[in-house]
Design a protein around this ligand. Sequence first.
Ligand code: ZN
Length: 305
Amino acid sequence: MSTMRIGSFEIQRVLEWVGPIKTVGEMFPDTADEAWTEDLAPHHWTPSTGAYRAAIQTWVLREGGRTILIDTGVGNDRARPQAPAFDHLDTDFLQRLARLGVDPAEVDVVVNTHIHYDHVGWNTRLDGTNWVPTFPNATYLVPQRDYDYFNPENAGSMRAARTEDEERRFAGARLVFADSITPIVEAGHLQTWDGEHRIDDALRLESAPGHTPGSSVAWLETGAGAVFVGDLMHTPVQIAHPDDPCAFDLDPEAASASRRQVLSAAARAGATVFPAHFAGHGAASVSAHDAANFRVDKWADFTAV
Ligand SMILES: [Zn+2]
């Protein structure tokens, strides 16, 4: 299946990339080896190599003639020395979007859950030598705290890198801001928000800090409900073990608290959880397993990748 209906909304997935990124040990340094079970293979990890496997995808929401995109992947043509696998990426993402009937000019709202290179890339495209908005009529919603944190004008506010990998990624964040955020500001299409922001009666953005200072989730409050959680979790293992950090969490303790809070609310509401990077079926409904943990009840019907 390629379309899921929740209330009056149609939800579709546009995959930009899927493959191995680092090892599960590098990505989730506090996670016990036993947590990586066979049932999570082959989509979420590769037991023979220990590779963590991720998807990079955009969630497309349509309702009443409106189109809303949640996260915009890596994008084409850009220098990403901090992530060599994605340096000058060249995919047919826009054609994949077109195959769903999405005309970039008809996108109304773009939600960036946070300002990392793999969530803001298709905000822009290269036109000659200029970066221009890919979605020329859209309002781009960006968390204020990430806008302030990653803005090179406030470089002093970034926390010091703790590893060489962080040093590379923190330096690369300047490139991301320059090619994927600044052109949206200059075009007058960027709108920042903080705490909570209501897009309409059914769709509400909420801060869920930790992975980055401004990391956020989007609650769809209609029908059975859904929550688009961005990088609040990178693997189903973090549903069963919500205190396990991802190596890319800037503030692991805050990320863990946000993960628990959002998973609890999703379990109570019966809302389907749509992370940014789950391969496989991409999304799942969850329930409280015991006092401390959660479990996947049912995977979404999207074709497994
Ligand atoms: Zn990400």
